[in-house]
Design a protein around this ligand. Structure first.
Ligand code: FE2
Length: 297
């Protein structure tokens, strides 16, 4: 191939563009653009893309950008619903020693959640079915990790985060907990709900055109930090949720699904200062020592 060619054809299109990038002095950028341009041109060629379809694609991307704001990130939603976010997460968080799997951060984490004492409730309005979460943060050998910091957040029983719902108190259903010497933690909350990702924009229209629903199964988010271990960003999902098999953003992993058992135990309830039925989830989080990851494939 003559890389100095200027006569653009269906056959030389990618080579011609890449030759124009040859002066780039950032090797990683050059590599990214090489792969991207080759795959993009191959896709256009394989599809025999029409001009109308090209215009529709430009219109879709334009709308995706235009709906973005400080409170809404439609491009992340697009990445999530195409499975790209989970693929990037998988590549960058390869686990060994049966460490707890990671999953997507999602767009609803906020910094500055209140530091909470063991056993505190993160429900600041008390609305919803009561939930008790017991857990432990462990090293791969099963020894407890003391002082691990857990950043926890979840939806209300209506399926909304506090940042989406002005009727909820600020920092509702968010909290920071630190494990004790035995590696354990526990807190009170309410049972989260399955919820739709924002589907009133171009990504929602894409899902509808593809006959896909926008639902995520009920879950609680965690970020777990401990010195000497990789930060873990993950969820626990409620066993039995009808959307576990079809999470709109592909975030479910089998090891992250736990039962939220319904408990009718008057003595236990009295010890918690409540009456009647409540739900109980028990989780074990195994962190991966820093630099233990499997690199390369
Ligand atoms: Fe979520």
């Amino acid at each position: 191939m003559n890389y100095m060619a200027r006569n653009f054809t269906e056959d030389n299109s990618a080579d011609l563009v890449l030759a124009r990038n040859a002066g780039c002095d950032d090797p990683r950028l050059q590599r990214i653009m090489e792969v991207l341009v080759r795959h993009l041109h191959a896709a256009v060629r394989e599809l025999q893309l029409t001009t109308a379809e090209w215009e529709a694609a430009i219109g879709f991307l334009t709308a995706t950008g235009q709906i973005c704001s400080d409170r809404r990130q439609e491009f992340i939603l697009l990445s999530d619903t195409l499975g790209v976010s989970m693929l990037v997460d998988a590549i960058n968080n390869r686990k060994v020693d049966h460490a707890t799997p990671s999953t997507v951060l999602g767009p609803f984490h906020v910094d500055g959640a209140p530091q909470s004492a063991m056993g505190d409730s993160i429900s600041r309005d008390g609305k919803g079915d009561r939930l008790l979460v017991h857990g432990a943060v462990l090293a791969p050998d099963g020894s407890p990790i003391e002082g691990a910091l857990l950043d926890v957040w979840q939806t209300s029983a209506d399926g909304y985060y506090d940042t989406q719902d002005p009727t909820q108190p600020d920092m509702n259903l968010r909290g920071l907990f630190r494990t004790g010497a035995d590696g354990r933690f526990w807190f009170r909350s309410i049972v989260p709900a399955s919820y739709p990702i924002p589907d009133d924009g171009p990504v929602g229209r894409m899902l509808a055109a593809l006959k896909r629903h926008p639902m995520r199964p009920a879950h609680i988010h965690f970020i777990v930090d401990a010195p000497g271990y990789d930060r873990l960003t993950t969820h626990i999902f409620r066993e039995g949720d009808p959307y576990l098999e079809s999470d709109a953003v592909f975030g479910v992993k089998d090891d992250l699904v736990v039962p939220f058992d319904a408990v009718e135990d008057p003595d236990w309830a009295a010890g918690l200062g409540v009456s009647g039925c409540f739900h109980h989830a028990r989780i074990v989080i195994r962190l991966q020592p820093t630099a233990a990851a499997v690199h390369g494939r």
